[in-house]
Design a protein around this ligand. Structure first.
Ligand SMILES: [Ca+2]
Length: 228
């Protein structure tokens, strides 16, 4: 009797301490996207200005307008036409160490918005914009962004990191033509972050989880025997 009491108490205390010493499960997650992952808005513009001033970028159309698949017709701009395309992604609660890289080729100009804020603009129209390195940037986990192409006229070099949020996020790319015709071209993007979220339900159980489960079963068996 005494032994069982001690055993149950011991099990509860052990479980408590295992909880205390169990490290957070931190895993690195990567969101990779390209031009095929964007949806194009049905709203278009005609000869809207776009300068190196982020305030010059046009207002983003309503979320409900981003319905068009990125095919040859929808990614094409007629003379001076502007279009918007959207990539939606989700970040978990408590994400950390987020980095973001983005490169794109637009004929002829573009502005990129993270959750509604303009973070990068390319206003120069030159053949080299369609050659590597494509116009783009990298933001490190300290939130410092650098132009990896030397081809951007505007980059939000600090202050980009707080734009990312837990839950739904959106990247919006505005592109427009300056002569003859244009369109959205190849796009490359990567968002990498750490997460403390539990592993997916079909994942392999970790040793700590197995230990807890085992101790719980032993404890329950102990209680059952004690009640007898
Ligand atoms: Ca053009």
């Amino acid at each position: 009797m005494k032994f069982r009491k001690i055993f149950i108490r011991g099990s509860i205390i052990t479980v408590f301490f295992v909880f205390l010493v169990m490290p957070n499960v931190v895993s690195a997650e990567t969101i990779t996207f390209n031009e095929t992952n964007f949806l194009i808005s049905t709203t278009t513009t005609n000869n809207t200005p776009l300068t190196s001033d982020p305030a010059s970028a046009p207002a983003i159309p309503d979320d409900s307008t981003f319905t068009l698949a990125p095919n040859a017709t929808n990614t094409y701009f007629s003379n001076l036409q502007g279009k918007f395309e959207r990539y939606n992604f989700v970040l978990p609660t408590g994400f950390s160490n987020l980095t973001f890289s983005f490169r794109t080729s637009v004929n002829d100009l573009f502005a990129l918005y993270v959750n509604g804020t303009v973070v990068a603009i390319q206003t120069s129209s030159t053949q080299t914009n369609f050659e590597e390195p494509l116009p783009g940037f990298f933001m490190n986990s300290a939130g410092t962004a650098t132009d990896t192409s030397g081809k951007l006229e505007y980059l939000l070099t600090s202050g980009m990191l707080p734009l990312f949020q837990s839950g739904a996020n959106e990247l919006t790319l505005f592109g427009r033509d300056t002569i003859l015709f244009g369109g959205f071209g190849p796009t490359f993007g990567e968002i990498i972050y750490n997460t403390n979220e539990p592993p997916p339900p079909n994942g392999v159980p970790e040793p700590a989880t197995m230990l807890l489960l085992g101790l719980g079963l032993v404890g329950m068996a102990g209680v059952r025997r004690f009640k007898k």
